[in-house]
Design a protein around this ligand. Structure first.
Ligand code: FPP
Length: 235
C-alpha cells in the first residue's frame, strides 16, 4: 500500500448494517455480525500502515431506542467481540479504550471492556477507541458540568477556560482530533459523533455499506485523504 500521508487518527461512522442484511433477506443482526468482520479488517490495516488512533461509532446514545432484541443483539455482539478478539488485539499490539457514558452499559459489557482495557494498556500499537453509549452533545454537557465543578472547587479559574482546556474535559482527553472521518452507506451527516473534535476533520463519505467496507475501500479513502489540502482556516 502506498500511503504518503497517513492520518494519525481515523474516525468511522459504520453505517448500513441493517440495509446490508435487508438486501439479502437476512435479519438485521446478521448485518451487525458482518460489520464486526469489517471492524477486524480495518483494525489490521490501520495498525499495519501506522494509523495511531481508530475511533469507531459502535453504539450511540440514541441506539437504545431501537427494538430491544436489536439492542440486546448488539450488546451480545460487543461482548463476543471483546471475548474473541482480545488475544488477537494483544498480538497486534492494539490498545483498547472506550468513550461514552459507559456506566449505563450492561454490567458484563463493562467488565469485559475494563478487562480488555487493562490487558491492552501497555500495548504500543494502534489505539482502538470504541464509542459506546456515545453522544457528542452529552459529552459536551458532561464536560461543561465538570468544568463548573472544577471552578466551584477552586481548581480552575474562569479566565483559564479556553478551547484547549475545554477539550481536556471531553471523553477524548489526550486523544488527538481525527484527521479523517469516514462514513459508510452514503448518508452525509455527523449524527452526534465527535462534533467538537471534528471541527477541522476531513470527511469522506462512501456509498458502500459497512459490512462491505474492506481493506480496498479503506485504501480508497486514504488515497482521497492524501489528495486533500488541509488549511485550518488559513490560505
Ligand atoms: C449502523 O448501522 C450501525 C450500528 C448502529 C452499530 C454498529 C455496530 C457494529 C458494526 C458491530 C458491533 C460492534 C462491535 C464493536 C463488535 P444501521 O443498523 O443503522 O444500518 P441501517 O442504517 O442500514 O439500518
Amino acid at each position: 500500500m502506498n500511503n504518503e500521508k497517513v492520518p494519525t487518527h481515523i474516525a468511522i461512522i459504520m453505517d448500513g448494517n441493517g440495509r446490508w442484511a435487508e438486501q439479502r433477506g437476512f435479519p438485521r443482526l446478521s448485518g451487525h455480525q458482518a460489520g464486526a468482520d469489517s471492524i477486524r479488517e480495518c483494525i489490521e490495516v490501520c495498525g499495519k500502515i501506522g494509523v495511531q488512533y481508530l475511533t469507531l461509532y459502535a453504539f450511540s446514545s440514541e441506539n437504545w431506542k431501537r427494538p430491544s432484541a436489536e439492542v440486546k443483539g448488539l450488546m451480545d455482539l460487543l461482548e463476543r467481540f471483546l471475548r474473541e478478539s482480545i488475544e488477537e488485539m494483544i498480538h497486534q499490539e492494539v490498545r483498547l479504550c472506550a468513550i461514552g457514558r459507559l456506566q449505563d452499559l450492561p454490567i458484563t459489557c463493562r467488565h469485559l471492556l475494563e478487562k480488555a482495557r487493562e490487558r491492552t494498556a501497555s500495548n504500543r500499537g494502534i489505539t482502538l477507541v470504541l464509542a459506546l453509549n456515545y453522544s457528542s452533545r452529552i459529552e459536551i454537557v458532561d464536560a461543561a458540568r465538570r468544568i463548573v465543578q472544577a471552578v466551584q472547587d477552586g481548581k480552575v479559574d474562569m479566565d483559564q477556560i479556553d478551547d484547549r482546556l475545554f477539550g481536556n474535559y471531553l471523553y477524548t482527553q489526550g486523544i488527538p482530533d481525527p484527521d479523517l472521518l469516514i462514513r459508510t452507506s452514503g448518508e452525509i451527516r455527523l449524527s452526534n459523533f465527535l462534533l467538537w473534535q471534528s471541527s477541522y476533520t476531513e470527511i469522506y463519505v462512501t456509498s458502500k455499506l459497512w459490512p462491505d467496507f474492506r481493506a480496498a475501500d479503506l485504501q480508497e479513502a486514504l488515497n482521497d485523504y492524501g489528495r486533500r489540502r488541509r488549511r485550518y482556516g488559513k490560505l
